[in-house]
Design a protein around this ligand. Structure first.
Ligand code: C2E
Ligand code: CA
Ligand code: CA
Length: 552
């Protein structure tokens, strides 16, 4: 408001109040009205009111030429009415303002809540679904499984889980590319969803899917679901112009809701899936508590290997490798044993396999190699021609960089001549495409270390590739030798062995037959030109001191 406007306004008020002051009968309402108008004109501060009252009071008395004492009483009451009108109007306005503020705040809150709910729903959907396939993800699945186990619905006293994994999905990814792999996953997800209708189908990641069967009536129900899932996966489909027919493996767990634990159940499903895989895939497998117990025990055993190494619970037996020409002990094979504090002496078959899977074989194998070199070196004392020691090397040991340095260091530390060390590797170790192991073995062979192929005949039995490898010896698996026992089969086995021996000789390899248990077998092996033999007939695996005694 400009100064002029303000003055005009105040002038108007003054006029009204002057009228009221002199009017008969005296009426306070003009005062209330002026008070309210002051507020309406936004002269709403405390100072504004004070100044206004002051101006009105001074000008009124002066302009009207009144004697202050004559109108004192009326003037005071009128000004009080102005103040009251002013205060009422101000209160009303404040209340109005508060009300509209409240209403605006409420509206804003409702809107904010609505937006929040929408974004929460979106967020929750994102957090509980797999972006690629749109299927529920692990989080949602775990929620639903936990709920099923904790709050079983009416009649839903049992629950089943099918843990599904595509077979050889990696091949699709590797050969056709990730885009095709992703498309395949999307299609499989959709097919599973359609085939399994009411059951929750989730993608756990990669090519892993899981189906929750709530209210199962027993294993048969869940097996049916698994079969439907396998059939859905099996249907041929075209992905980006590639005809793709894939198979899957399913691990099934079906159990009572009471006492079941979600993570326990999923672990069981995972193990069962692996059983299905290791049985060749394209099948379902049912959880077996006894089998699981055995595997856990086996796993616990392998996990105990490092501590057992520290405590010195391992030792080596040695089994003679005897010349079939002159009966001399050419070498000995080191065979590891575990003197377990509770289980007694364990044969390698009960712990080597898992140590290979878990990688602990590297540590254990390293110890075996060192121990064998150390003990074998002691046998040469006295000048007699001591046998070489033949040590089994697991695939992982051969593929590990640093094998050459390890062997070199051991030979240097123990003083064992390289010619007195033989490393036994299996065919599969050499069948991989990696060049590094071959190079390492060549370096070792150049040092003078002997390299033998173990269990020959049980794997690829491919002599051709041996031509390019630094191999000195073939150890023919006991299965072939066992055949020499019964005359009918014996004839064929004998012929196979004979041609194997002559082929090996043509490649400059010596042949040692394993598992020779009888004099008859030994005789026939000698007859077909086999160089050496190993087996109970020539001596069982025995502690180092017995070998030493034999050398002497
Ligand atoms: P392998 O290398 O084929 O070792 C020969 C196995 O045949 C030994 O079993 C030996 O006791 C057994 N054997 C010896 N003579 C006869 C016989 O006349 N008839 C029959 N039926 N069997 C005979 P062992 O000691 O139980 O070793 C089993 C396997 O464990 C070995 O098979 C080898 O693959 C593995 N192994 C043993 N020690 C080590 C090791 O230090 N490192 C690695 N990586 N594997 C080892
Ligand atoms: Ca061996
Ligand atoms: Ca063998």
């Amino acid at each position: 408001m400009t100064q002029a406007q303000l003055e005009a306004l105040l002038h108007r008020f003054t006029g009204q109040l002057a009228g009221a002051l002199l009017a008969e009968p005296f009426d306070l309402r003009a005062g209330y009205r002026v008070g309210a108008e002051l507020v309406a004109a936004h002269i709403a501060s405390a100072e504004g009111l004070g100044r206004t009252v002051e101006v009105i009071q001074l000008r009124l008395v002066r302009d009207l030429g009144l004697v202050a004492e004559d109108v004192e009483d009326r003037m005071a009451r009128l000004l009080a009415a102005v103040a009251t009108g002013y205060a009422r109007a101000l209160r009303d306005r404040t209340l109005d303002e508060q009300e509209s503020i409240r209403r605006a705040a409420m509206m804003a809150r409702t809107q904010a809540e609505r937006a929040l709910r929408a974004s929460e729903a979106r967020f929750r959907h994102q957090a509980t679904h797999d972006p690629l396939t749109g299927l529920p993800n692990r989080t949602l699945f775990t929620e639903r499984l936990t709920a099923a186990l904790n709050e079983p619905g009416r009649g839903a006293q049992r629950v089943g889980v099918c843990f599904l994994d595509l077979d050889r999905f990696k091949v699709v990814n590797d050969t056709l590319g990730h885009q095709v792999g992703d498309r395949l996953l999307i299609l499989v997800a959709e097919e599973l969803r359609q085939a399994l209708g009411e059951h929750l189908v989730a993608r756990l990641g990669g090519d892993e899917f899981v189906v929750l069967v709530e209210g199962s009536g027993g294993t048969d129900d869940v097996v049916k679901v698994a079969e439907a899932a396998l059939a859905a996966v099996r249907t041929p489909r075209s992905v980006d112009g590639h005809e793709l027919q894939v198979s899957a493996s399913v691990g099934i767990v079906e159990r009572q809701v009471a006492g079941a634990d979600p993570s326990d159940l999923m672990r069981a499903a995972d193990s069962t899936l692996h059983w299905a895989k290791s049985a060749g895939g394209a099948r379902w497998t049912l959880y077996d508590a006894e089998r699981n117990r055995r595997e856990l025990a086996r796993y616990a055993l392998s996990a105990a290997i490092p501590a057992a190494l520290d405590r010195g619970e391992f030792y080596l037996d040695y089994q003679p490798l005897t010349s079939l020409r002159d009966g001399r002990m050419l070498g000995v094979e080191a065979l590891v044993r575990w003197r377990h504090p509770e289980l007694g002496v364990l044969r390698p078959d009960s712990f080597i396999g898992l140590a290979e899977e878990t990688g602990l074989i590297v540590q254990l194998g390293g110890w075996v190699l060192a121990e064998a070199c150390r003990e074998a070196e002691a046998w040469s004392a006295g000048g007699v021609q001591a046998p070489f020691v033949s040590v089994n090397l697991a695939v992982r040991q051969v593929h590990r960089p640093g094998l050459v340095q390890e062997v070199r260091a051991l030979l240097r530390q123990t003083g064992l001549p390289p010619e007195r060390l033989q490393l036994e590797i299996t065919e599969s170790t050499m069948m991989s495409t990696a060049e590094e192991p071959v190079r390492a073995l060549r370096v070792l062979a150049d040092l003078g270390v002997r390299i033998a192929i173990d269990d020959f005949g049980t794997g690829y039995s491919n002599l051709a590739y041996l031509r390019d490898l630094p191999v000195t010896e073939l150890k023919v698996a006991g299965e072939f030798v066992a055949g020499l026992r019964s005359p009918a089969v014996g004839r064929t086995d004998e012929r196979i062995l004979a041609s194997l021996v002559s082929l090996a000789h043509a490649l400059d390899l010596t042949v040692t037959a394993e598992g020779v248990e009888t004099a008859g077998q030994a005789e026939r092996l000698r007859a077909i030109g086999c160089d050496a033999a190993q087996g109970w007939h020539f001596g069982p695996p025995a502690p180092a001191d017995r070998i030493l005694a034999r050398i002497r």
